[in-house]
Design a protein around this ligand. Structure first.
Ligand SMILES: C[S@@+](CC[C@H](N)C(=O)[O-])C[C@H]1O[C@@H](n2cnc3c(N)ncnc32)[C@H](O)[C@@H]1O
Length: 238
């Protein structure tokens, strides 16, 4: 298996080619299962919003959950004993994921909250709060083998930072800021360790890992995002 490579491929196919117990840290942000609000003209019952669940390309909740669990089963297989994992999710999905990571064999450890200080503003006519929180589910394969403590006030399960802006921002709508990725990777891996991201998007996990002198491997289905991630990686000095 080659490391420090990203693949334009479905992670389910790619993960199956990886050997057992080769990964030190899984850090990933799967396609979201999320609550979406939508205005529908002419509907009398709801005058302001109609709600639906969106699955980023999946036909149903069942299909989405099965896919995600299949990916997590592979993640468990490729993770070394004592490896850690971090899974981004929205606040409407966190309780599913806690149970799913346990079901595939990991230990659920904690939910971490990211407060986005500059979220997209709420649209007042829809009478909804703005989505200023994202969650990260932390889990491990047994007791974590790596735990590089930071000062006590940096070990809260809460981080606060703006969403990706300026030069760092790519076309990817859910790009995670590097500043938010760094602490998790630093705490749960060491230099030279292998970090896996099955859902690379614009490549933030791989870029952060390379900057922190970790090895990386990852998958991205969309060619557009794969190319963005490749370009970002090229710009990180060796
Ligand atoms: C929430 S985004 C990840 C964003 C990323 N954290 C970043 O900072 O840019 C999820 C990504 O998973 C990709 N994806 C969806 N299904 C996939 C699959 N089967 N294999 C690999 N990638 C997939 C989507 O194209 C999307 O870019």
């Amino acid at each position: 298996m080659e490391v420090n490579v990203i693949y334009h491929q479905s992670c389910l196919e790619g993960l199956k080619l990886m050997p057992d117990e080769c990964v030190d840290l899984i850090f990933t942000d799967p396609p979201y299962y999320q609550f979406r609000a939508k205005n529908v003209q002419g509907l009398k019952k709801h005058t302001d919003i109609v709600t639906e669940f969106g699955f980023d390309g999946f036909k149903s909740e069942e299909e989405y959950l099965r896919f995600l669990e299949d990916v997590l089963i592979e993640c468990f297989r490729v993770c070394k004993p004592g490896g850690s994992g971090y899974l981004w999710c929205g606040d409407d999905f966190v309780s599913y994921l806690n149970r799913m990571v346990e079901r595939v064999g990991f230990q659920f450890r904690k939910v971490i909250h990211w407060h986005k200080t500059n979220p997209f503003p709420a649209i007042f006519t829809r009478k909804m709060y703005s989505n200023s929180m994202e969650m990260v589910v932390h889990f491990s394969k047994g007791s974590p083998k790596t735990w590089n403590n930071k000062p006590v006030n940096e070990m809260h399960n809460f981080i606060q930072s703006p969403i990706c802006m300026g030069k760092e921002r790519s076309k990817h709508k859910t790009q995670k800021p590097l500043k938010v990725c760094f602490p998790f990777i630093e705490i749960s891996s060491n230099e030279g360790d292998l970090v896996l991201d099955p859902f690379l998007g614009s490549g933030s996990t791989a870029v952060a890992s390379k900057m922190l002198k970790r090895n990386y491997i990852g998958y991205e289905l969309s060619e557009e995002f794969y190319l963005i991630a490749s370009k970002r990686l090229e710009q990180v000095p060796e």
